[in-house]
Design a protein around this ligand. Structure first.
Ligand SMILES: [Zn+2]
Length: 528
């Protein structure tokens, strides 16, 4: 047949004689034969030979043509190895660029499949290959991926980034190792323990700098596995720690945000001027349980027995036990949920603006809506509204914690005007929030300018003297890991690269539809 245009279309078949092309059952079958005079190398000794022992048929699948699957029916030779010192008697010839030993796919198809497997792995890869005219099961895709050689270095990179990522959120975590200079994934470890990291560092010596999250297992693993390396607490995690502390502080302080006017010191509470209203059902239940718990207590019962007898959670029992009176208990319960009234503040303000300024009426209205707040809380709220009537713009209600936290933690240069106003408002409402704001600013400046060496101590001291427990705790923690923190706030390395790669991992995990076995994942991310 006319071979010229065929060679143009199928250059990988140039080395063989194409004899026939036919469409059989939806598959393009190319019948071909290796040339009798072509020499091939013995796989053991490399000696070329063209002396045929026999011929046999193989049928490697090839890349599709015009959307049609292609199979090559190739007549290949078994050749003698004529090297007298070679233990091999004969071998199957391979055609460069076309066949591979043991492979049921041509070199070209295998390249495509591998590229797809690296990008998409199992199920998604299998689907794409079907579109490309080759049917491969997802298991085959995964196996091909696993069979790829791993290009893992014997040495660790000079600057190593370490972070964890969830294989299955809250259940299984792994560790990702990144070359911070090139941004490439170096390896993926099967857990996030210090032992595993230490073992890896011992097996891959040479790391000089390790960027990690704060303290904990990685600090320990890095110290044991690479005692000579400088450890750096990465800035992303430092900022996250600060953000968490700010979050907790803000939420705790929010109920106190509207400060009393200068002349109104906590006035003694007047006795309830209106008749007591019947308790809502939940309070009734609390009252009964409180009485029951304390009755058992006076008979000498402990938490376990009370919990068993009243069929209550031991935690709940302890709460009842701690409160001497039911009023104490209710107050504590309210204290634990300071947002309780805030959620209804808008309603109260609206009613107040409508002219209903009597706390007892408002309390009754809330109770009628099924809201359980004490009359005292409502009264205090109304007193506050009387002192500082709601502004025309807003409701006078404390701004939402989430919005305030976001505003506080955003960069002042890029902060939206409304966020600026929010920060200003919160700082006016609360001296403590002003302290928080100023501490955030100090930390951000230090982090941005790499001033850790000169500024960290003073900043930690400010936290410790702030009177804000959350920031005091943060400072204590940072002090325990001081060297790494100082380095993190002074040196240029940061975790942007690690984060980027963790995101890449997440994307791959989604694509592999849960078949993200660690080995597959490791192959994925360590392929160049
Ligand atoms: Zn040989």
């Amino acid at each position: 047949m006319d071979v010229e245009p065929l060679c143009l279309l199928l250059p990988h078949l140039a080395a063989v004689e194409v004899q026939r092309v036919a469409l059989v059952g939806g598959v393009i079958r190319i019948e071909a034969r290796t040339r009798d005079d072509a020499a091939a190398q013995c796989p053991d000794c490399g000696t070329p030979s063209a002396r045929a022992h026999s011929r046999y048929q193989r049928h490697p699948a090839d890349t599709a043509i015009g959307g049609q699957p292609v199979a090559i029916d190739l007549s290949a030779r078994r050749l003698f190895c004529d090297n007298s010192v070679c233990p091999r008697h004969s071998f199957a010839e391979q055609v460069d660029g076309l066949t591979l030993r043991y492979s049921r796919r041509t070199t070209g198809l295998l390249e495509v499949v591998r590229a797809v497997a690296i990008a998409l792995a199992g199920r998604a890869g299998s689907r794409l290959m079907a579109v490309l005219g080759s049917v491969l099961s997802r298991t085959t895709m995964v196996n091909l991926l696993l069979a790829l050689p791993t290009a893992r270095p014997a040495c660790a990179p000079r600057v190593l980034g370490v972070d964890d990522f969830a294989l299955r959120k809250r259940y299984v975590y792994g560790t990702i190792l990144i070359d911070m200079e090139s941004g490439e994934v170096v390896d993926v470890l099967s857990d996030r323990t210090g032992d595993t990291l230490a073992a890896w560092l011992t097996a891959h010596p040479g790391t000089e700098i390790i960027c990690r999250d704060r303290a904990g297992a990685y600090a320990d693993g890095a110290t044991r596995g690479a005692p000579g390396a400088l450890q750096i607490a990465d800035r992303w995690h430092l900022w996250k720690n600060l953000a968490d502390a700010v979050d907790a502080t803000t939420r705790r302080l929010r109920p106190r945000w509207t400060p009393p006017p200068p002349d109104a010191d906590p006035a003694p509470e007047e006795p309830d001027a209106w008749p007591a209203r019947p308790d809502p059902p939940i309070v009734l239940r609390h009252r009964e349980r409180h009485a029951a718990v304390h009755a058992l207590m006076t008979r000498g019962a402990g938490v376990t027995r009370i919990a068993a007898e009243l069929r209550l959670d031991p935690k709940t029992v302890r709460k009842f036990m701690r409160a001497d009176t039911i009023e104490d208990f209710l107050a504590t319960a309210r204290g634990e949920r300071p947002q309780n009234l805030d959620r209804h503040a808008e309603y109260l303000v609206t009613r107040f603006n409508e002219g209903c300024t009597r706390a007892d009426i408002l309390h009754a209205e809330l109770t009628a809506q099924g809201v359980h707040v004490s009359s005292r809380t409502v009264r205090r709220f109304v007193q506050r509204l009387r002192r500082e009537p709601p502004t025309t713009t807003g409701t006078g209600v404390a701004p939402k914690a989430t919005a305030v936290i976001k505003a506080l933690l955003s960069h002042p240069d890029g902060r939206a005007e409304e966020d600026n106003l929010l920060v200003k408002e919160v700082c006016t409402r609360s001296l403590e929030m002003e302290t928080v704001h100023s501490l955030i600013g100090g930390f951000a400046t230090m982090m941005q300018n790499r001033w850790g060496i000169t500024h960290l101590d003073a900043w930690l001291a400010r936290c410790e003297n702030s009177g804000l427990p959350e920031l005091e705790t943060l400072a204590r923690g940072l002090r325990q890991d001081q060297e790494a923190v100082r380095a993190g706030l002074s040196l240029e390395w940061n975790s942007g690269k690690v984060e980027g790669n963790v995101n890449r991992l997440k994307m791959l995990k989604r694509q592999t539809y849960g078949r993200a076995r660690l080995a597959v994942l490791a192959k994925h991310v360590t392929q160049p």
